[in-house]
Ligand binder design. Structure first.
Ligand code: SAH
Length: 224
């Protein structure tokens, strides 16, 4: 199908076929968690990418979303969700820093009772809110704010996920974790980042490296 501008638009049935194709690829790459797999089957990634990128919506690649930012690669998002779930002792809430287009936010809404997400770019917040509403996702609260030091208030979280990379994890983000919580974040400068998983268990804090990744850097301040 093509729209008036000649872009390939995503007709419903073909999108489902392509989405299931992507899910098969994720499984082939080692994603095993049934809930994560189901979330990827349910959430339509094509709704989170702009018209010129529709034909690539179900390729396992990051894509531009404007403002020099990207929607993350599905495999990396799946890996993050899987690691979070296997290290979350409860699923009451999750904090996401960097909602971007809202795709990972939508996936997290299927995996945790409540999602709090922070995004510094105002137009992203508005679009993500509209997309989540169109999917009738009601367990997400999106804030337009700088989340590099966490969020205001005293809510603590079962899990925290950063979608943009700091040079080091801010201790105020770690302080937002519940006693048995976990945090996952890309850490390091643009060409040398590691995906770090921090697990709090039995009063101890353990750190595991999940391999090399490439994320946009975390930036301070907000854009309206
Ligand atoms: N998970 C998102 C990733 C978007 S890219 C997706 O798949 O679409 C990372 C996002 O982090 C960008 O939207 C960027 O604006 C946001 N970001 C960067 N620094 C931030 C900060 N200090 N506070 C909140 N959001 C931030």
């Amino acid at each position: 199908m093509h729209d008036a501008k000649g872009h390939r638009s995503c007709e419903k049935a073909s999108c489902t076929v392509r989405r299931y194709g992507l899910v098969r690829k994720l499984i082939n790459r080692g994603i095993q968690n049934a809930e994560v797999i189901q979330a990827f089957r349910v959430i339509p990634r094509h709704l989170f990418v702009a018209t010129p990128f529709q034909s690539q919506a179900y390729d396992d690649v990051p894509l531009p979303i404007g403002y020099d930012q990207t929607i993350s690669q599905p495999y990396i998002v799946a890996l993050i969700c899987e690691r979070l779930l296997s290290n979350s002792t409860a699923r009451v809430n999750v904090l996401e820093i960097g909602a971007g287009c809202g795709y990972q936010t939508a996936l997290l809404s299927q995996l945790y009772d409540r999602v709090v997400s922070v995004e510094r770019i105002g137009p992203f917040v508005n679009t993500a809110r509209e997309r989540l509403a169109s999917l009738k996702i009601e367990n997400v609260v999106l804030h337009h704010a700088d989340g590099s030091e966490g969020i205001q208030g005293d809510e603590t979280f079962c899990a925290v996920v950063l979608s943009a990379a700091p040079l080091a994890i801010d201790s105020r983000l770690l302080a937002m974790l519940r006693p048995e919580g976990c945090l996952i974040a890309p850490v390091g400068p643009p060409n040398n980042q590691t995906l770090k998983l921090i697990i709090c268990k039995n009063g101890e804090v353990r750190e595991e490296s999940q391999g090399s990744v490439r994320f946009v850097p975390i930036v301070r301040g907000t854009i309206n």
